[in-house]
Ligand binder design. Structure first.
Ligand SMILES: CCCC(=O)SCCNC(=O)CCNC(=O)[C@H](O)C(C)(C)COP(=O)(O)OP(=O)(O)OC[C@H]1O[C@@H](n2cnc3c(N)ncnc32)[C@H](O)[C@@H]1OP(=O)(O)O
Ligand SMILES: Nc1ncnc2c1ncn2[C@@H]1O[C@H](COP(=O)(O)OP(=O)(O)OP(=O)(O)O)[C@@H](O)[C@H]1O
Ligand SMILES: O=C(O)CCC(=O)C(=O)O
Ligand SMILES: [Fe+2]
Ligand SMILES: [Mg+2]
Length: 337
């Protein structure tokens, strides 16, 4: 799309969304505890009752901040996501709003449209084929246990972790996703991350620090890595090195649901293949925006807002605008976000 047309479209959209949200009554969900939770002997804080999670599942998530569901997404769906990703890389389609990221070691190399030069695509909310992931009933069924029935898909990514160039830039530093999000409460946000192939320590699996979702949001910044760091890959500067690290070995279709405060990252890809995963962050539509000015999130907010302003040639964009623009309702109604 021509950049002027794109920014004109964005202006109209933002005006519309600002009007809409101005008239909305703010109704906060104060806790993640569902109405039937009181029938259980223990109180749950991070999950809601809806007859999908077994008691064992719920206890696991409450304690650890993540839950892996095996074989949740079909091979046929994953093949469709792969096909569409390849079409995007070959520039056969250019979904509105989508960002294509290359590894930091090759950002200055000549641009050839190829899957081998793309490390991730982000914000595919306007790509019907990839966005199907965020609407799959088998995914939403689980998401609802964390968000409740009004569900927004807030942030979408397909990660194509490249074989490491030798500079270790394929790592993703340990971080909490909440660092990027100007909405709360955190217990009403969940990430779904689906392995698109077998993923283990060799090709750079997810690494999680179980139980860290019970802590608070930590300050994040670029790690001091000799070989360079990818843009916006902030990490926690000093996390508890004694905390157990768990490497999540996953098969194609396996899906992990995790809390936005859970500290996680991913290791180097030592294989020759491009390790693929697709993910979406969902939130309860009742969540509310917060002002991150003066908080530890200010550094990333500045980067995100600058990037969006550059992308659309607009200079009065706010963090709330960026996230309002990215968000899509996938179940129930759009409320505050
Ligand atoms: C839990 C969620 C975590 C999240 O990630 S939340 C969302 C935050 N991230 C985003 O929104 C990323 C959105 N995308 C972008 O910022 C841009 O698309 C992106 C990746 C910079 C590419 O920009 P383009 O304009 O398409 O490409 P370009 O090649 O002209 O680059 C613009 C400037 O950025 C630099 N760059 C691109 N990819 C990089 C990388 N991987 N690491 C470090 N720097 C990188 C590039 O060198 C260029 O810099 P300069 O202008 O020449 O100084
Ligand atoms: N020394 C370190 N300091 C800070 N973060 C690290 C360090 N080493 C690894 N990490 C981060 O921890 C996570 C997992 O690392 P992991 O040890 O699994 O991968 P790796 O170091 O790339 O590979 P491996 O240890 O299997 O050779 C990643 O997010 C990585 O960025
Ligand atoms: O797939 C990965 O390597 C993890 C990415 C991640 O945690 C993120 O982008 O927030
Ligand atoms: Fe993350
Ligand atoms: Mg290591």
């Amino acid at each position: 799309m021509h950049p002027n047309r794109a920014s004109a479209r964005l202006c109209v959209l933002l005006r519309h969304l600002r009007c809409r949200s101005a008239g909305t009554v703010v109704a906060h969900h104060t806790s993640g505890v569902g109405s039937l939770a009181s029938f259980h002997p223990q109180q749950f804080q991070y999950t809601r009752e809806n007859n999908v999670l077994s008691l064992e599942n719920r206890k696991f998530y409450e304690k650890n901040g993540f839950l892996v569901i095996k074989n949740l997404v079909s091979d046929a769906d994953i093949q469709r996501f792969r096909n569409e990703f390849e079409r995007i890389c070959r520039e056969e389609v250019k979904p509105f709003g989508l960002s294509v990221m290359r590894d930091v070691t090759i950002t200055k190399s000549e641009y050839v449209p190829s899957e081998k030069l793309v490390s991730k695509v982000q914000d595919f909310q306007e790509d019907e084929e990839l966005f199907r992931y965020c609407t799959l009933p088998e995914i939403l069924k689980y998401v609802e246990c964390f968000t409740g029935p009004n569900i927004m898909a807030m942030h979408t990514m397909l990660i194509n972790k490249p074989p490491d160039s030798g500079k270790k830039t394929s790592r993703h530093p340990l971080h909490q996703d909440l660092h990027y999000f100007p909405f709360r409460p955190s217990n009403s946000i969940v990430c779904a991350w689906t392995a698109m192939e077998h993923i283990d320590r060799n090709n750079g699996c997810l690494v999680v620090l179980p139980g860290t979702h019970k802590g608070s949001l930590q300050p994040h910044d670029y790690p001091q890595w000799e070989g360079g760091v990818n843009i916006m890959f902030h990490g926690i500067q000093d996390y508890d090195k004694n905390n157990a690290r768990v490497h999540l070995v996953m098969e194609k279709g396996d899906t992990v649901f995790f809390h936005p405060l859970l500290i996680h990252g991913s290791g180097r890809n030592k294989s020759q293949g491009f390790r693929k995963a697709i993910s979406c962050h969902f939130a309860d539509a009742n969540c509310h925006y917060i002002d991150v000015e003066g908080t530890s999130q200010e550094n990333i907010a500045k980067e995100i807002v600058n990037m969006a302003s550059k992308m659309y040639g607009l200079n009065d964009i706010t963090m709330k605008d960026v996230w309002t623009f990215r968000g899509r309702v996938v179940k129930g109604e759009r409320i505050n976000l």
